[in-house]
Design a protein around this ligand. Sequence first.
Ligand SMILES: Cc1cc2nc3c(=O)[nH]c(=O)nc-3n(C[C@H](O)[C@H](O)[C@H](O)COP(=O)(O)O)c2cc1C
Length: 183
Amino acid sequence: MSQTQIAVIVGSLRRDSFNRKLATAIAKLGPADFSFTQVQIGDLPLYNQDDDANQAEPVKRLKAGIAAAQGLLFVTPEYNRSMPGVLKNALDHASRPYGQSAWAGKPAGVLGVSVGAIGTAMAQQHLRNVLAYLDVPTLGQPEAFVHAKEGLFDANGDIGPDSRKFLQGWMDRYVGWVKKHAG
Ligand SMILES: Cc1cc2nc3c(=O)[nH]c(=O)nc-3n(C[C@H](O)[C@H](O)[C@H](O)COP(=O)(O)O)c2cc1C
């Protein structure tokens, strides 16, 4: 069975990140022919256009990870009503040098979990704006604004029973989206 590779980009570097837990748990709801790999963005330098002709090793690694994937999954918190800087930094790095973006054409899904009441809605909208410019076809529905509440994860770190049906439905739509766009 040939595998569809998904590069997972988590917008939090926090050790006990809810978003990293969500990224790990939702990957288990994917089909057997989908492989989800979290790409590292925490060691990327701050983006500097002067370095475009000589990208640092972590940048090359990020771009290779994206190039090897047929799809993208972004799982991000909301910081001050937008996406975290570490995520924007990663988006900028892999979009360059001009004309050599790693993102273009890769189908994507966007998810996020927050302790706040509107559950990453603003961060996701800002991210969608950037992804549209980067020519990344992004699943529109269902939207997933997950609230970090008791029981979201079970004792094994899997999605808890209250959220499982919704997130399985999300994953099923995402898989269809990737298959449609990855060709
Ligand atoms: C700098 C900063 C800004 C934040 N701004 C928001 C915000 O705008 N909206 C929101 O819902 N939560 C906000 N939060 C709270 C996050 O939802 C919470 O810290 C969450 O646990 C972060 O995700 P993580 O667990 O994956 O690291 C903010 C947290 C930090 C540290």
